[in-house]
Design a protein around this ligand. Structure first.
Ligand code: SF4
Length: 795
């Protein structure tokens, strides 16, 4: 099929706009821009403003005692786990004045609130009314307090009993022509215990359609690491950050996305580590930290920790990594054995010669130009890396959401293999996971591609024959919904619509479902763009007390560094109509499978220890689970790569060097490369406020950061209103009415906030091998806003 030219498409855009952009709000709910204010970006993160922000959220929710009590229990040994990011807690003593950050406090304030969304609220507000609210407004409504049902053609959700809700789900699931017409999504909040039962149910029901939030954040990391170092997880512990030579942070913004990582960076820096930060934006959290728990952080200047900041172009990282390697080879040539760990290369790797040969074909100047970094800066980085014996590379979605993210992470592994800097203390890889138990979900077999060994084990332990075909991941599930191949969607947490790409396409796909079900703590956009029938099932959050038969239960989670620990809520739930996720799975399984099940679901619902025993039987590394998870601080899962053993499927006991390519990122004359990001007042799709404090943005989310030279070339001034266009696959995607903000960003690069610009990310714009949406590599055009009323895709 011929691709239509963007210019032709653009002229057509106006006429098809109303048809294409059917997502809420529409012409009746037009976008109303707020009064954007912006100031210069900050040069350091945290400090007093973070403390004030953390406490003010708790106070704003009107829960000073409940909220503060919970804050001091969060992330403490024997307390409950923060449901926000997956950054680990210290192994040894934890701070008595709090092991939480501003973002953790915001997440807690929203779940500890005593505000409730009840049947009365839904009776007073139609789905269309609610869809007209912003995500920020929707999130502030409070905790979902009772199960709700939207009948076919209904305008308002109405109450439903739990029994009837499970009957509806069972009726729909059992009415499918094939189990593969259902998809079971998991968000990173779900505990180990629930995740294990949930995948067990899906498999006994007969499908591996288990899309999960990993498919949008670190699938790329797992895909890159498994065949190279033998495990799809990070290898470092928190203590490794404290005693290392160099920490390279690439494509990650710790100040907003894992704020307590900054304490680890500060400690490492104070102990002599050098820090190199690689990112298109000079994020405050990459530059300096004012530790709110130290006098110097409150009254002094804090710690300036980046020794070198490299403002790489979007997707220029591969060229930069290759340029650094090229120079490392030159240094090694001058003094063999002084730069590379030759013993390590000989004993623990494979493929060095072929890998080394490629560098004869690279030119330093060209690589530097492709990266957008000066040769001098690259030399500076190599001066830091060459003598280092212990290097940690930490990355986030700045790498994993690039089309060549898998290759870039393998290139990082190449550098670490050259240096023998993996599999020993103070060295290794650290993919910084985004959501609290996203890593644990995977360990619990939430995976659309379970291995034969995993399935054999389940069959041996439970006695049913699990499906062997691969299921749908997130992108696959959306396409299957669109094609009518998936008819029932069950979301265990999360906000699927807002988290996923190509919003209009995804919304239309979800509207084709016969039934959409969401297990949630709060109202979100995905409840408002639904199937023919829809259910909202209210559940407990981490901080809520989970009482089963009068016994106060705990669940367990796994953090970014492979520590499994218990989590026990302390707050009285605001409604007795909430059901814990484990019971929801067991009840769904009993209602759906009835006598044809060979699993004792009732027993698991009543006995979390029993679930952990089953996990121990099925998943390596969980020996003596019930005992070890009760030890304060939990236990580490086995990680052979951490011990220097690289047990890969292909090479058995060696880590392979990988030969990768430098991409061609040429842009058309009117094109910009856009990366989506989140604000500091946001965790994933949850919007806590309208500020992005570190970047100096206040009171508006529909902003596009541009280099001043690009603005001059296009004739834009600060605060000009523009529309953003993407033309991938010969389609027109429009995100209307954004405000231009001049920013310190490489030329021809732009950054916008998600989920507002997810609408511009084609469903086919994915990362090679991992099939994740490449949301940080979106080619767009920016045009002056047309003043006619337009429908908005999402706000
Ligand atoms: S760093 Fe992450 S896990 Fe820790 S309190 Fe903050 S948001 Fe929660």
């Amino acid at each position: 099929m011929m691709r239509a030219k963007p210019s032709i498409l653009l002229s057509r855009a106006k006429t098809i706009r109303m048809k294409k952009l059917t997502l809420i709000p529409d012409a009746e709910n037009p976008i109303k821009l707020l009064d954007l204010k912006f100031t210069p970006a900050k040069k350091w993160a945290a400090g007093i403003p973070a403390v004030v922000a953390a406490l003010s959220d708790v106070l704003e929710e009107g829960i000073p005692i409940r909220g503060v009590r919970a804050l001091f229990t969060m992330n403490q040994k024997g307390g409950f786990d923060c449901s926000s990011c997956a950054w680990p807690d210290p192994d040894d003593e934890r701070s008595p004045i709090g092991e939480y950050c501003e973002n953790g406090a915001k997440a807690l304030a929203e779940e500890a609130t005593t505000k409730k969304v009840t049947a009365k609220f839904f009776a007073e507000n139609s789905v269309v009314d609610l869809a007209g609210l912003t995500d920020f407004e929707i999130g502030r409504k409070g905790r979902l307090a009772e199960p709700m049902y939207l009948p076919k053609g209904g305008t308002h959700y109405m109450p439903i009993s739990w029994d009837d809700a499970f009957k509806k789900i069972a009726g729909h699931l059992n009415g499918l022509d094939s189990p593969d017409e259902a998809a079971f999504y998991t968000s990173g909040r779900t505990s180990n215990e629930t995740s294990f039962l949930y995948q067990l149910f899906a498999k006994e029901f007969g499908t591996n359609n288990m899309p999960d939030c990993s498919n949008m954040c670190h699938e790329t990391s797992g895909t890159a690491l498994l065949p190279t170092i033998g495990i799809g997880k990070g290898t470092v512990k928190l203590d490794d950050f404290y005693d290392t030579d160099v920490i390279v942070i690439i494509g990650h913004n710790p100040g907003t996305n894992a704020p307590r990582m900054m304490s680890a960076l500060e400690k490492g820096k104070k102990n002599g580590a050098k820090i190199i930060a690689i990112n298109p934006l000079p994020e405050a959290g990459l530059m300096g930290f004012r530790n709110p728990q130290e006098i110097n952080g409150i009254l002094g200047k804090g710690t300036h920790y980046s020794d070198l900041f490299m403002p790489v172009k979007i997707n220029g990282d591969m060229a930069l990594l290759k340029a650094m390697e090229l120079l490392l080879f030159e240094e090694e040539k001058k003094a063999p054995g002084a730069v590379f760990d030759q013993d390590f290369i000989r004993d623990k790797t494979v493929g060095f010669e072929a890998y080394a040969e490629q560098f004869a074909g690279y030119d330093l100047e060209q690589l530097a130009a492709a990266a957008g970094i000066t040769v001098d800066q690259i030399r500076e980085a190599v001066e830091i890396l060459a003598p280092a014996k212990r290097i940690i590379f930490a990355w986030g979605m700045g790498l994993t959401q690039q089309p060549n993210g898998v290759e870039m992470i393998r290139e990082i592994v190449n550098i670490l293999l050259l240096k023998g800097s993996i599999g020993k203390p103070g060295a290794g890889v650290c993919p910084v996971r985004g959501h609290s138990n996203v890593q644990g979900n995977r360990t619990m077999l939430i995976n659309e591609k379970p291995t034969p060994a995993q399935l054999d084990k389940l069959q041996e332990v439970f006695g049913f024959n699990p499906p062997r075909n691969h299921g749908y991941d997130v992108v696959g599930a959306i396409k299957a919904m669109d094609e009518g191949k998936v008819k029932v969607f069950f979301g265990m947490g999360g906000n699927f619509l807002s988290a996923t790409p190509d919003t209009t396409f995804t919304a239309n796909a979800m509207r084709k479902l016969r039934l959409s079900v969401h297990v949630s703590t709060k109202l979100n956009r995905s409840h408002l763009v639904h199937g023919e029938e829809a259910l909202i099932l209210p559940t407990l959050s981490r901080s809520d007390i989970d009482l089963v038969n009068g016994v106060h239960q705990f669940i367990s989670t796994e953090n970014s560094m492979g520590v499994v620990q218990s989590s026990k809520g302390i707050l009285k739930p605001v409604s007795d109509q909430m059901m814990n996720e484990t019971h929801i799975v067991c009840n769904m399984a009993m209602a759906t499978l009835g006598d044809r099940s060979v699993v004792n679901w009732k027993a698991y619902a009543d006995d979390y220890d029993g679930i952990r025993d089953a996990i121990e039987q099925c998943i390596p590394g969980f020996e003596n689970y019930n005992y070890r998870v009760r030890q304060k601080g939990g236990f580490y899962l086995p990680n052979a790569a951490r011990e220097g053993k690289f047990i890969t499927e292909k090479y058995k006991d060696r880590a392979p060097f990988t030969i990768t390519a430098v991409p061609d990122n040429t842009l058309g004359p009117d094109e910009y490369m856009m990366a989506t990001t989140r604000t500091h007042d946001q965790f994933n799709t949850t919007i806590y406020g309208l500020e992005d404090r570190y970047r100096g943005i206040k009171n508006e989310r529909r902003v596009v950061f541009m280099n001043q030279k690009d603005m001059d070339r296009q004739g834009f001034k600060a605060k000009d209103k523009v529309d953003l266009f993407n033309f991938d696959d010969g389609k027109v995607r429009i995100a209307p009415l954004f405000v231009v903000v001049p920013y310190d960003i490489p030329e021809r690069n732009t950054v916008t906030y998600f989920p507002e610009t997810n609408v511009l990310v084609s469903i086919n714009n994915v990362v090679g091998e991992s099939n994740m949406p490449a949301s940080k590599y979106v080619k767009i055009q920016i045009r002056k806003h047309e003043p006619e009323p337009v429908a908005a895709d999402l706000r």
